[in-house]
Ligand binder design. Structure first.
Ligand SMILES: CSC[C@@H](O)[C@@H](O)C(=O)COP(=O)(O)O
Ligand SMILES: [Zn+2]
Length: 204
């Protein structure tokens, strides 16, 4: 296998995520596409803020298994679903920030609607604060294949863009490459913090 040129950028992103406090304990998982049929994903149970290249496992998109026999992330099925269904997806970042964990519980509906923020333009294709950015929220589940099916079904009527939230759990976001996924993560986290603070201040 030739070296994946995105792996260095992904490692740097993981260290940055760790410093931000968005993957406490062993929370979070990160991956990068490896051709049409594979991805490189974090091994389960690692501290994502101090990973090395050896902590990434090659996984088949179809089976979700690592030929090495090592155990990939418990949430591998969500990453493989995104790579398989959306060929333009090049990198996926899943984090457990306090803001994404809390906001996904405070918002009881099936989606967080962001509008009125200039920083919406940090998300590819967004050109105005007047537009709405819809981030779907799914109830958390330990049954990852069932959760992946629910997300696929929901995407039929609400197209997936940038990311989705798992209630009380965290954010999964992506991009065409690591740089774009990282920008989406930083932009969404900023917007989540604004939205949480706005709701707190405006609560009667
Ligand atoms: C701190 S445990 C959290 C896990 O259950 C899971 O949600 C997670 O993000 C990390 O799991 P992992 O198997 O290391 O990828
Ligand atoms: Zn998680």
């Amino acid at each position: 296998m030739t070296e994946n040129l995105q792996l260095g950028a992904l490692l740097a992103a993981c260290h940055w995520i760790g410093q931000k406090g968005w993957s406490p304990a062993t929370g979070g998982n990160m991956s990068v596409r490896e051709g049409e049929a594979h991805c490189l994903i974090t091994e389960s149970g690692k501290d994502k803020g101090s990973l090395t290249a050896d902590d990434f496992l090659l996984v088949e998109l179809e089976s979700g298994l690592a030929p090495s026999g090592r155990r990939p992330s418990a949430e591998t099925g969500l990453h493989t679903m995104l790579y398989s269904r959306y060929p333009e997806t090049g990198a996926v970042l899943h984090t457990h920030s306090v803001n994404s964990t809390v906001l996904s519980r405070v918002e009881r509906s099936g989606a967080l609607v962001l509008e009125g923020y200039e920083m919406q333009k940090s998300l590819s294709g967004q050109t105005s604060h007047l537009d709405q950015v819809v981030i779907p929220i799914f109830d958390n589940s330990q049954d990852i294949p069932a959760l992946a099916q629910k997300i696929i079904a929901s995407a039929e009527h609400t197209p997936l863009q940038y990311g989705f939230l798992l209630r009380g759990h965290g954010l999964t976001c992506w991009g065409r490459d690591v740089a774009e996924a990282r920008r989406h993560l930083e932009g969404l986290e900023f917007l989540f913090q604004c939205e949480l603070q706005r709701r707190l201040l405006e609560a009667k």
